[in-house]
Design a protein around this ligand. Structure first.
Ligand SMILES: C[S@@+](CC[C@H](N)C(=O)[O-])C[C@H]1O[C@@H](n2cnc3c(N)ncnc32)[C@H](O)[C@@H]1O
Length: 402
């Protein structure tokens, strides 16, 4: 069947309509005419794959990744990067207007940098001594020799890993590099007896939960701050753009004389520490032990005396806070729960800074927060180039009482 693609959906898939039913087509761009084959039918929608491209978009480029068709990692490798940024900016405008009535003029121009070599962390799977990523939504392995998204330091490790998996029984490999590309940390999961080939290349090595090297964690940096990151801790994955993301927050904090600041979902304390010298006190909350223990190391590394951390679920401790003048939230994709939103309103801070990696839950939560706060602006940041994901920083100000 021949169809014309009308636009892209939130996941970077082409949209067309067949007999009035919406149909999602992977790797098809607006304006393209394609021959498709339906691969999934439900009552509400169809999914199809392209069998033949009959008319190509001028915005299409040849995907630089040789694994693009099988690997589900990059949804937009076939769209010129300039248009990827345009698409993401428009998507932020559309979703936030549709679900939270935030007007376009409040959405700032997207911030972006290099589209490749940005990831400082990857998890590789190993099946039958082959290394790769799982194929889109399956447990089927796509064998790879390289990945265009990973940092140079991680890329250099691939030849060592190729040899290593042949002589050992490895299931999974977790790799992290420092943002300056100087050091690297690896965890090999499985039965590993011979690792002499990689030991000279890595700074930190774990075989399952056993530490092999002297160093047990990576030290990396964001702007002028240094951070320890343990193997299983959370850390922002874009080695170049995190500084710009945090600078958006810093600009909002500087010159505002905030006294007590809450950094909710604080991970390794990275945002709180980044802004700590401009406020009187920061309290970070995260439920992950490893994150919070890194956060305390990071407090000392950066001599941030005015920051403390609580290891707990935000929703379980938020009711205990009062007298806070700024709340920063950076939740996982699921966003904020209703109880936390109600408590943010009760605490009544002058401003709320919402850092989000999921547009739909951001829109949902902003709708509720807007009962008491005005959205001043939203800053999209393309932290995950070539994928459909987009990060946003939203600044909200307490409504004035009339
Ligand atoms: C998107 S990360 C943000 C981390 C940090 N702000 C940063 O920039 O690196 C979300 C963090 O929320 C934490 N988290 C997830 N659910 C939580 C909850 N219910 N209560 C507290 N922390 C939670 C995770 O451990 C993770 O560190």
């Amino acid at each position: 069947m021949e169809v014309k693609i009308e636009k892209l959906d939130n996941f970077g898939r082409g949209i067309t309509y067949i007999g009035g039913v919406i149909c999602f087509v992977r790797r098809a761009l607006p304006g393209e005419i394609v021959k498709i084959e339906i691969i999934k039918r439900t009552k509400k929608y169809l999914e199809a794959k392209v069998v033949e491209y009959l008319k190509l978009s001028t915005k299409r480029i040849k995907d630089k990744c040789p694994y693009a068709l099988e690997c589900g990692g990059c949804d937009l490798g076939h769209l010129a990067y300039m248009y990827e940024n345009y698409y993401k900016e428009e998507k932020v405008k559309d979703v936030l207007y549709k679900y939270a009535h935030i007007t376009n003029k409040k959405i700032k121009n997207i911030i972006f940098t290099e589209e490749y070599f940005y990831r400082n962390k990857i998890i590789l799977h190993v099946i039958n001594k082959k290394i790769g990523f799982y194929k889109n939504k399956t447990n089927e392995l796509v064998e790879i020799n390289d990945c265009l998204l990973v940092s140079e330091k991680i890329k250099e490790l691939f030849p060592f890993l190729k040899k290593l998996v042949v002589i050992n029984d490895i299931k999974e490999i977790i790799i992290r590099s420092s943002n300056d590309n100087q050091s690297i940390m690896v965890k090999l999961v499985g039965k590993v007896t011979d690792y002499k080939d990689i030991i000279s290349y890595v700074d930190v090595l774990y075989i399952n939960d056993t530490l092999v090297t002297k160093k047990d964690a990576l030290v990396t940096s964001i702007g002028k701050k240094n951070y320890q990151v343990s193997i299983d801790s959370f850390f922002q994955i874009n080695k170049d753009l995190t500084t710009k993301l945090y600078d958006v927050i810093l600009e909002e904090v500087k010159n505002n004389n905030y006294k007590r600041v809450l950094d909710l979902y604080c991970g390794t304390g990275s945002i709180g520490i980044y802004i700590s010298e401009y406020v009187a006190e920061v309290i970070g909350v995260d439920y992950n032990n490893e994150n919070v223990s890194d956060a305390y190391v990071n407090k000392n590394l950066n001599k941030s005396k005015n920051i403390s951390f609580i290891c707990a679920k935000v929703e379980e401790v938020i009711a205990s806070f009062k007298d806070i003048d700024l709340i920063i939230v950076d939740p996982p994709r699921s966003g904020l729960d209703k109880n936390s939103i109600e408590n943010i309103k009760r605490i009544n801070p002058k401003k709320v800074i919402y850092v989000s990696c999921d547009l739909i839950t951001l829109a949902r939560d902003l709708k509720l927060l807007q009962e008491k706060y005005n959205v001043l602006y939203v800053q999209p940041v393309n932290m995950f180039p070539r994928t459909y994901h987009i990060e946003c920083v939203c600044v909200l100000k307490l409504k004035e009482k009339i």
